[in-house]
Write a protein that binds this ligand. Structure first.
Ligand code: 4G3
Length: 248
C-alpha cells in the first residue's frame, strides 16, 4: 500500500517511518511512503505556501495552488485516483472500523494542514475524506498523519510478523485487551494469575475473554453496548456482573 503525504514539514516523518515495524514493512515492499513537500509546488520567488485570511483574524491559511499542483502531479504519476484525506479536527473521528476500511485501499493521499487550516476550496476540489484522530488540536496535521499511517499499515497482511496479533489485539474484535504477563512469576508480592501457568489452553482462552469483557464493561461500557455478544460471552458477562455485585 502506498501513502502520498503532502506536507510543509517532511522532516517530521523521518524517524517514525524508519524504525521498527514500519521500517521493516517498507523494506519488505508492503508499505511505500512518498513524502511530497508542498513548498516544491510554489511558483513565487519566496516559496510562499500560506497567506492572511480573507476577512481578517489571527493566523495564516494554507494556499490552494501549491496543494492543488502537488495533487495533480501525484495522480498523474500514479495513473490512478486514490482517496484524498485531510487530517483536521473537523473530520470524522478515526476508529478501528475506519482503519480497517482504509487498509483495503491500494493507496491514500494525505494532506497535512498547518497554521489555522487550509483554504476551504482544497476541501471542495480534491479532498474526499476529512478525518480527525481525536477531539484535540495539534499544531499541524503531520502527527495525525503518522497516527493514521501506523494504524492502517499494521492492518496490511504481512506487516505484523504474527498475523494472530492483528486479529487478537485490542479493538479488532470490539473489546479492550485482556491483561498480559511475562516473567518473573512474582514481582514485589504481585503474582501472575495461576490459570496462565496451568497449561489448560481452553481455560486460559476463557479467562482472557472474560478479562477482556470485564475491562470493557468497567472502562468502556459504550463499546460493549454496540457489540453483539454470542451466548458464551453473555454467560461470561453474567458471571462478571455477579462477581462485581458480590464485591470482587
Ligand atoms: C485546522 C488534525 C488545524 C485545520 C490536525 C489542520 C488536530 C487534528 C489543522 C486543519 C490538526 C486531529 C492542523 N489538529 N485531531 N491541526 O486529527 O486542516
Amino acid at each position: 500500500m502506498y501513502f502520498d503525504i503532502l506536507t510543509l514539514f517532511p522532516g517530521i516523518f523521518s524517524s517514525p517511518f524508519s524504525e521498527s515495524i514500519l521500517a521493516r514493512a517498507r523494506e519488505k515492499g508492503l508499505l511505500e511512503i512518498n513524502l511530497i513537500n508542498i513548498r516544491d509546488y510554489t511558483h513565487d520567488k519566496h516559496n510562499v505556501a500560506d497567506d492572511y485570511p480573507y476577512g481578517g483574524g489571527a493566523g495564516m491559511v494554507m494556499k490552494i495552488e501549491p496543494i492543488y499542483r502537488a495533487w495533480e502531479d501525484i495522480r498523474q504519476q500514479r495513473g490512478e485516483d486514490s482517496p484524498v484525506i485531510l487530517l483536521s479536527p473537523q473530520g470524522r473521528r478515526l476508529d478501528q472500523t475506519l482503519v480497517k476500511d482504509l487498509s483495503k485501499e491500494r493507496g491514500l493521499t494525505l494532506i497535512c494542514g498547518h497554521y489555522e487550516g487550509v483554504d476551504e476550496r482544497v476541501r471542495q476540489s480534491i479532498v474526499t475524506d476529512e478525518i480527525s484522530i481525536g477531539d484535540y488540536v495539534l499544531t499541524g496535521g503531520e502527527i495525525a498523519a503518522i497516527v493514521l499511517v501506523d494504524a492502517v499499515a499494521r492492518m496490511i497482511p504481512g506487516v505484523l510478523g504474527d498475523e494472530q496479533s492483528r486479529i487478537e489485539d485490542s479493538f479488532y474484535n470490539g473489546l479492550l485487551d485482556y491483561p498480559h504477563y511475562t516473567r518473573p512469576r512474582e514481582f514485589k508480592g504481585m503474582e501472575v494469575p495461576e490459570i496462565l501457568l496451568s497449561g489448560h489452553h481452553g481455560e486460559i482462552a476463557r479467562w482472557r475473554r472474560k478479562q477482556a469483557l470485564k475491562r470493557t464493561l468497567l472502562r468502556r461500557p459504550d463499546l460493549l453496548a454496540e457489540k453483539e455478544l454470542n451466548p458464551e460471552d453473555q454467560e461470561l458477562l453474567k458471571e462478571i456482573k455477579a462477581e462485581l455485585e458480590g464485591g470482587n
